[in-house]
Design a protein around this ligand. Sequence first.
Ligand code: MG
Ligand code: MG
Length: 255
Amino acid sequence: MVELKTPAEIELMREAGRVVGNALAAVKKSAAAGVSLRELDEVAREVLRSAGAESTFEGYQPGFATTPFSGVICTSVNDAVLHGLPTDYRLQDGDLLNVDCGVSLDGWCGDAATSFCIGTPRPEDLDLIATAEEALAAGIAAAVEGNRIGDIGAAIGRIGKRAGVGTNLDFGGHGIGHRMHEDPHIPNGSRPGRGLKLRAGHVFAIEPWFWAGPGSTYVIDEDGWTLRSADHTRGVHAEHTVAITSEGPRILTLP
Ligand code: MG
Ligand code: MG
């Protein structure tokens, strides 16, 4: 079932989303060569703590995972793109870092992710980040009343296809509300005009992720979580929690 949120509930989700936006901004500010992924997790933890928010990641154990997740952020470096466990790895100049964060505040969830370079960026990484951000913007622009759920994935898929990046449909966007993952699933590539009709009050996490490609398969590290491209090309991830309103899409996970 796909729930509709009232305007008052969307305001509460905005507050949860603000904590996510603040946590990602703080992590980005602290991320530098020599800083460990675990230290970045601590930075995010402090933002959540001071806001009175709980992590929706820590302790999370979906069907594919062999152990509960131990961080409040996912930190995926270079050829890792999703679900990266924060470890003692220290960032190096030129690394590409993907950070994902989910929180619950007063019973409402927010979920967002961003990718950026450490120190001196590789031009191809900047291009890949720009593609993910363009796809996210296109997905959000399609999240309007009267469209269908397939229009969001189609908009994302179109950008990815045009850029020639590697894509995989196993993980994608989702409904979000009292729980981090609610119906529907929003694959990052689908046929337009299909699926649920979008209405004011729908709230979705929209989240394109790509590899430099052209491969489209992945491997999971021995930690049971960190997802890497099978061909070791680098990956990026961009995500916002977005409410569909009568005035258009509203991003809830900005700082
Ligand atoms: Mg996320
Ligand atoms: Mg998500």
